[in-house]
Design a protein around this ligand. Structure first.
Ligand code: ADP
Ligand code: MG
Length: 157
């Protein structure tokens, strides 16, 4: 488990850029944490780190937004998902098995549908308006290697 402490949106952006630069394709990043914890903010800086120029917005009502880049980004927000079957209607399986990167906000709501090997990021709001903690856990070898690259990237900051 790696714990990242953030005291501002800029700190969170540094984490996101380090993650974005460390991605190689086919990663699954699972975000949990309350409304306003910073899941979308973190996704925006991951996209920036991946070299994606588009502005990333919350896919709350569309469930998924796609962004093209050297590596494609598939950004899910499953908060308003009615029925888990809806996931499969939008092609969830194909996205998960693709060469692109999947980021899933509110992944805890679809826990049983998540692949075994993934990166879990739990975002916590602490006392103090801008204070956050990100608890990062890799659940398999592919994402353990990713987490090692992220830590190396952060050490350069
Ligand atoms: P979520 O997607 O988890 O609902 P958002 O990223 O949409 O959250 O919103 C997070 C809000 O909190 C933004 O307005 C952001 O500017 C603010 N914020 C304050 N401090 C931080 C921080 N340390 N990290 C991330 N966001 C922060
Ligand atoms: Mg969000």
């Amino acid at each position: 488990m790696y714990i990242f402490k953030s005291y501002s949106p800029e700190n969170t952006a540094n984490l996101g850029k380090a993650i974005g630069k460390s991605l190689r394709g086919s990663e699954i990043l699972c975000f949990s944490g309350d409304l306003g914890a910073g899941k979308t903010t973190l996704t925006q800086s991951i996209a920036e780190g991946m070299g994606i120029k588009d502005y990333v917005t919350s896919p709350t009502f569309t469930i998924i937004n796609e962004y093209d880049g050297d590596i494609a980004l598939y950004h899910f927000d499953v908060y308003r998902l009615g029925d888990p079957d809806e996931l499969f209607d939008i092609g969830y399986d194909e996205y998960i098995d693709s060469d692109g990167v999947c980021i899933i906000e509110w992944s805890n709501l679809i826990e049983s549908e998540l692949p075994k090997d993934r990166l879990e990021i739990q975002l916590k709001r602490l006392d103090g308006e801008n204070h956050r903690e990100m608890h990062i856990l890799a659940t398999g070898d592919y994402h353990k290697e990713l987490l090692e690259r992220i830590e190396k990237e952060l050490a350069k900051c």
